[in-house]
Design a protein around this ligand. Sequence first.
Ligand code: NOJ
Length: 553
Amino acid sequence: MTERMLKDDPNWWRQAAIYQIYPRSFKDSDGDGLGDIRGITSEVDYLSSLNLDAVWLSPFYPSALADGGYDVADYRNVDPRLGTLEDFDEMVAALHAVGIRVFVDIVPNHSSNLHVWFQEALASEPGSPARDRYIFRDGLGENGELPPSDWPSHFAPSAWTRTTNPDGTPGQWYLHLFAPEQPDFNWDNPEVQEDFLTTLRFWSDRGVDGFRVDVAHALKKDLSEPFRSKPEFIDFANPLSGDDVLFDRNEVHDIYRQWRKIFDEYAPPRVAVAEAWVRAERRVLYARPDELGQAFNFDLLLADFDAQEFKRIITDNIDLAKTQGSSSTWVLSNHDRVRHVTKYGLPAGYDLKEWLLSHGTNLSVDHEKGLARARAATMLMLALPGSCYLYQGEELGLFEVADIPADQLQDPIWERNHHTDKGRDGCRVPLPWQAEGTSFGFSSGQAHLPQPASFAEFAVDVQSGKGDSTLEMYRNALKLRRELQTSENYSWIETGNPDVLHFTRDNGWQSVTNFGATSVPLPQGHIVLASAGHVDGVLPANTTIWLKSLEGK
Ligand code: NOJ
């Protein structure tokens, strides 16, 4: 095991490599088929071999798993199926010992319906202080039989669910922007605000270094009545004025300014990244130094494999982040989206949702092309200034598992959309650690989501030490990146070919990506540092190469 000190630098997060662990699918230590905290600790050497700066854990808190753990029943504990707080402390210590920092996921927009506060609210009278921690309202219509507004839920259909009174009669309605098991908090309530400060301190005191803030843009709503109409949620369509009824309201920033004060009580200051589905101009506001510091930039994750689209996204986001004193973030895959290997292997213009539904009946994916493009995009991303968020399994080149049998799907999206949207389970399938054995070494029991037979080829033990494997490409590129980057500077080099992107970083380090369908000549006067594919005198299609100029410029 390589001992590596934690970087003693308050700006460590500005150009970090952060690896997202989806705990239930990373590694199981006790054979129940569900990944757990001790499983993570048992793989600290593996994480260390990836040359990461931090890991981010998706929720591991007590939860009924109505939404993969994003329905939190207790914010200051570990789900007993995943371990204990002592296990958590051991994991943090083991990660810190190899120089890896830890982010946890904070879910402030909503709790689980099993949270004691929500249970108390249900048992309390309308208008009571217990109900005021959430958003309860009387229904419309003669007998309150209609929801209080036309707001939809992200998981369809309505954002309102009606309660039943203790005597069995229909009661008030409560708001949930996601599943009914995820009631939204009322962020105008001081008790709610205070409780999250307690939670931030609780984890910071345990040595947690950073927080990923779930749906950071939704906490404050315009609750003046009658409610304004919003029959549809369209990403990136909220007004730039910050006056939407539900999302990205200007007042939400007051919350993060308060959080920053807590972060700054610690040394080094705790850090945070906002998940905010808002337009880039508004997204960077969450990343201001007196707020969360960083915000996820999902533009590459949403983009096609297209040179000019990548170039525009890169240029705009680096410039925008700078305007607020932050650095950009980059993401190609996460637990909510079809894995990028699969996305890049689909025929151009194909709708991912449709493909998932029709999988096996009318369309196949070109996995070879998808993997080549995914590797190229990853190497390009790792050469950019800013922080890269990687999702577990992408270092193995894993693809989306599209054929999970319907009766084993777990994502609430499937049921709530009447089986017209398969949801996100396909990117959450447990990792293959070994080519042989039960659950490919994930667990001594049956994995909680079925792993396809072809996962064997992608197993960690198959790829480890194999020079051209995706795993070794990630390890090597992450190590080089750490050694090579000394500033946040970059500049484009004109290639004269719209399909080729070339930029230079520090001390002569350069990255060239060929997005086109045919090989292109390699720039002269350079030595090759690394490449995403086989390079022999020319740069093949769908490949990135890292070079160092012989003059060191
Ligand atoms: C965003 C998370 O990434 C997603 O997985 C979750 O379903 C929603 N927020 C609701 O918490």
